[in-house]
Design a binder for this molecule. Structure first.
Ligand code: GLY
Ligand code: MN
Ligand code: MN
Length: 490
C-alpha cells in the first residue's frame, strides 16, 4: 500500500531537482496512453471467486485484509525479483506488487471483495519518469478497469486504502508482516491470536487443490522433467561438470517454461548429496559420483513442482551406490502405496521409514538390534534425517500454517498433492558406517496427487528404478536425442 500521492513523493525525494520547467512540462505531454480493450478474464478467475467464498463463510461480519507485499531488498537499492504472497495469489490470481485484497463484510452476510492496487503512473506529475519505481523504469501497470476485467473483482487505487481502513468499523483479520503500511494502519485493530487464526484458515484453505491448481501442478512437473533432461545432457562422462552449470541449466528451463524455480535448486554432487539442502552449488560432479538434483519449476501461476532424482554422473551406478539407491526406491514405493484417501497423513511416512530401517538393519548398522527395535528407538534417523514428505502447491512446503490436527495428524483427501521423498544420507565422516557407504546420499522425490481411489504420480514421466534411470541417461546422451522444444504453456 502506498499512502502518499505521487506528486508529494516525487517532490519530497527531490526528484524534480535539476529538471527545468520546460522539460517537466514537455514530459507531461504527447503520450497516447493506450488502454488495451481486449484483456480477457484470467483462467483462474472462477476458481479464485470460489476460494474467496469459502474464506467468507469462515469469517462472517469481519473485514479481511490480505496484502501482496512488495519487493525485498537484496542489497542497497537492488531487490530480489518480486513474488507476491501465496495467500494473496490463491485468492486473486494477481501478481501485482504492493496490492491488497480487502474483503468487506456485507450488510446481509457474505463479503464484497475489492482489490486495491497501483494504477498506471499519472503523466501530470513526474512519477512515471523521475521515480525509478515509475512505469518508465519498471514497465506498464494494468489500469483499474482492465484489472477488473482480468481478475473478475473490482479494483481501486491503493492510495485510497488508508482512508478506507481508517473508516472501517468491523473487526479486522489481517495477514500481517507483508505490507508495513497496512500493518501500521491496522496496528491497534489486530491481535497476535486473531492473526494466527487467520493465517491458519488461509493455509487450510489451500490443503485440497481445485482443478486449476492440479492442472498447474501437473504442468510444473512436466516442465521440471524437461529441466532434468536438460541437466542430463550437460553432464560430462569424461570430465567434471560444475554444479553451477547444472543449476544454470535447470534455471534456463524454469524461466523458459514458467516464472522461476520454486526454491533454490539443490545440485548436490558426491558428498554434497549428504547435505539435505545443499544450495551453494559451487562444487563439481565427477564421473563416478552421484548427483542428487532436487529442483522444481514454478509456473507462471506460481505453483511449483518439487522433484528429486539421484543420478550416476557417468551413467552407471556402482554396486554400492545401487544398493543404497534400491533401498531408497523400495522405501519410496512403500510410501507412495500408502497415499490414498482416508489414510492417515503419517502413514506414507511410516511406511517408507520402516523399509529404510529394515535395509539399515540388514546392512548391520544397528549392531545386535532388530529393525523393529531400532525403529522404535528412532536410531534409523541418523541416516534418514528428514520427514518423508510435505504438502505441495504455491509454496514448496505448502499449507505450513495449517493446524497439526488437520495436516500431519489429519487424513488424506482427494485433491491433496504431497511429495514422497525418502532418502539415506551417510556423512563422509561417519565412522559408524562401513567406509564404502561414507559420502553417499540418495533421495528420490515425486509429487503425488490423492485421487478418489488411490493416487496419481504427477512426476511419473521421470524414471525412478535404477535400471530405468541408467537407460534414460544413455538415451539422452545418444546423438539422435534432440533437445525438446518448449512446452509453450504455463
Ligand atoms: N526441495 C525441498 C524439499 O524437498 O523439501
Ligand atoms: Mn520436498
Ligand atoms: Mn525437494
Amino acid at each position: 500500500m502506498t499512502a502518499e500521492t505521487d506528486e508529494n513523493k516525487v517532490r519530497k525525494n527531490g526528484l524534480y531537482r535539476g529538471v527545468s520547467a520546460e522539460l517537466a512540462q514537455n514530459m507531461k505531454e504527447g503520450w497516447t496512453l493506450p488502454e488495451p480493450g481486449g484483456a480477457q478474464p484470467c483462467a483462474q478467475a472462477a476458481y479464485t471467486a470460489r476460494r474467496r467464498m469459502e474464506l467468507s463463510i469462515r469469517f462472517p461480519g469481519e473485514l479481511l485484509v490480505v496484502p501482496a507485499g512488495g519487493p525485498k531488498v537484496r542489497a542497497n537499492d537492488t531487490s530480489y525479483p518480486f513474488r507476491p504472497t501465496s495467500d494473496y495469489v490463491h485468492l486473486t490470481g494477481d501478481h501485482s506488487r504492493d496490492a491488497v485484497l480487502v474483503m468487506e463484510p456485507g450488510q446481509s452476510g457474505g463479503h464484497q471483495a475489492v482489490l486495491y492496487t497501483l494504477p498506471p503512473s499519472d503523466r501530470e506529475n513526474g512519477e512515471f519518469w523521475l521515480d525509478y519505481q515509475g512505469e518508465l523504469w519498471t514497465g506498464r501497470r494494468r489500469g483499474l478497469a482492465e484489472g477488473e476485467r482480468v481478475l473478475g473483482l473490482p479494483c481501486r487505487d491503493v492510495r485510497t486504502l488508508g482512508t478506507r481502513l481508517a473508516a472501517a468499523t468491523a473487526p479486522v483479520r489481517l495477514l500481517e508482516g507483508h505490507d508495513p503500511a497496512v500493518d501500521a494502519a491496522l496496528a491497534d485493530r489486530v491481535t497476535a491470536d486473531r492473526d494466527a487464526d487467520f493465517r491458519t484458515a488461509l493455509s487450510e484453505l489451500r490443503l485440497v487443490k481445485d482443478e486449476f491448481e492440479i492442472a498447474d501442478l501437473r504442468f510444473a512437473c512436466e516442465a521440471t522433467a524437461l529441466g532434468f533432461e536438460d541437466v542430463v545432457r550437460v553432464l560430462r562422462e569424461d570430465a567434471p561438470t560444475p554444479e553451477r552449470l547444472i543449476e544454470g541449466t535447470f534455471f534456463t528451463r524454469a524461466r523458459l517454461e514458467g516464472n522461476d524455480v520454486g526454491y533454490g535448486s539443490i545440485c548436490a554432487a558426491g558428498t554434497h548429496a549428504t547435505t539435505l539442502h545443499w544450495t551453494s552449488n559451487d562444487g563439481e560432479a565427477r564421473p563416478g559420483d552421484l548427483l542428487l538434483l532436487d529442483a522444481g519449476v514454478e509456473t507462471r501461476n506460481l505453483y511449483t513442482a518439487d522433484i528429486t532424482r539421484t543420478l550416476p554422473v557417468d551413467g552407471r551406478f556402482t554396486p554400492v551406490q545401487r544398493r543404497v539407491y534400491e533401498a531408497v526406491y523400495a522405501a519410496q514405493e512403500a510410501g507412495i502405496a500408502a497415499v490414498k484417501p482416508g489414510a492417515a497423513y503419517r502413514d506414507f511416512h511410516d511406511a517408507a521409514q520402516e523399509v529404510l530401517a529394515e535395509h539399515l538393519a540388514a546392512w548391520g548398522l544397528f549392531g545386535e538390534r532388530s529393525a523393529g527395535e531400532a525403529y522404535d528407538l528412532g536410531l534409523h534417523r541418523r541416516w534418514t534425517l528428514a520427514g518423508t514428505g510435505h504438502m505441495l502447491g504455491l509454496d514448496v512446503h505448502d499449507c505450513a500454517k495449517a493446524r497439526t490436527g488437520t495436516y500431519v495428524e489429519g487424513a488424506l483427501q482427494p485433491g491433496m498433492v504431497l511429495t514422497v521423498e525418502p532418502g539415506l544420507y551417510f556423512q563422509p565422516d561417519d565412522s559408524t558406517v562401513p567406509e564404502e557407504l561414507r559420502g553417499i546420499g540418495v533421495r528420490i522425490e515425486d509429487d503425488i496427487l490423492v485421487t478418489t481411489d488411490g493416487n496419481e504420480n504427477l512426476s511419473a514421466s521421470l524414471p525412478r528404478r535404477a535400471d530405468e534411470v541408467e537407460a534414460w541417461i544413455a538415451r539422452l546422451r545418444s546423438p539422435e536425442s534432440a533437445v525438446p522444444a518448449p512446452l509453450g504453456r504455463g
